[in-house]
Design a protein around this ligand. Structure first.
Ligand code: ZN
Length: 228
């Protein structure tokens, strides 16, 4: 059984009409619900609303893979929570997936060691093609090339991340630009995957191919080795 924690700041999910319209159940529950269809995956959710962000040493010690979505609340996550996550990735081999605007989360910046900023502000929404660059990579298995996304938020390079260990997907946006959309890293004993689709006002987490990529990434990031 792979134990997954889906974490979402859950701010816009409660306050912004155009987000509530797309994800009335909350985006973390949307993600958790499709993952739960796999009998080999058990899923918990946590948000900023929970005491301690729903994260304690004891709880994280039992998690194999964390999915992290944040946007306007990055700074509301206390530094000691970030250190719990970081230590579990590098020392215990917990996997972590940082989704969409979590490129600028404290934990992703901590793991990358760069600013992780987008040097051009996102210019708006548009069609996206997600191209596979590493067809032999576990995260790309069974995924059509390209994946066509009707509407997503256009992200442009330059994206200030370290050179990915494995650059699995690259995004091309109509009338916008290009972006390293699926970047895999090894940090200590753990694996990290950054995945760009997931803007809060478009239903991309309901798209089958995006769900399949997330499934693949959960399996790729899972590491049962408990060596210290
Ligand atoms: Zn966004």
């Amino acid at each position: 059984m792979i134990k997954v924690l889906v974490w979402c700041e859950n701010i816009q999910n409660k306050t912004q009409e155009d987000v509530i319209a797309v994800y009335p159940e909350g985006m973390h529950n949307t993600i958790a619900n499709f993952l739960r269809e796999d009998p080999d995956i058990s899923v918990e959710v946590a948000t900023l609303d929970d005491p301690n962000c729903g994260i304690t040493e004891e709880k994280i010690a039992n998690i194999d893979v964390v999915l992290w979505w944040g946007h306007v609340g990055h700074n509301k996550v206390p530094d000691d929570i970030v250190e719990i996550l970081y230590t579990n990735v590098v020392k215990r081999g917990m996997g972590i997936m940082c989704l969409h605007s979590a490129h600028y989360s404290k934990i992703f910046k901590r793991l990358m060691g760069t600013s992780c900023s987008l040097h051009i502000p996102p210019p708006g929404l548009g069609a996206e093609k997600l191209w596979t660059l590493l067809p032999g990579h576990p995260i790309a298995q069974g995924i059509p090339n390209p994946v066509e996304i009707e509407t997503e938020e256009c992200y442009n390079e330059f994206f200030d991340i370290p050179q990915p260990d494995e650059l699995v997907f690259n995004a091309a946006f109509v009338n916008c630009g290009s972006f390293r959309a699926g970047a895999a890293y090894h940090r200590g004993r753990g694996k990290v995957f950054y995945f760009q689709p997931g803007h809060e006002t478009v239903p991309v987490y309901r798209q089958k191919e995006i769900q399949d990529i997330i499934f693949n990434a959960v399996y790729w990031a899972n590491n049962k080795t408990k060596n210290k």
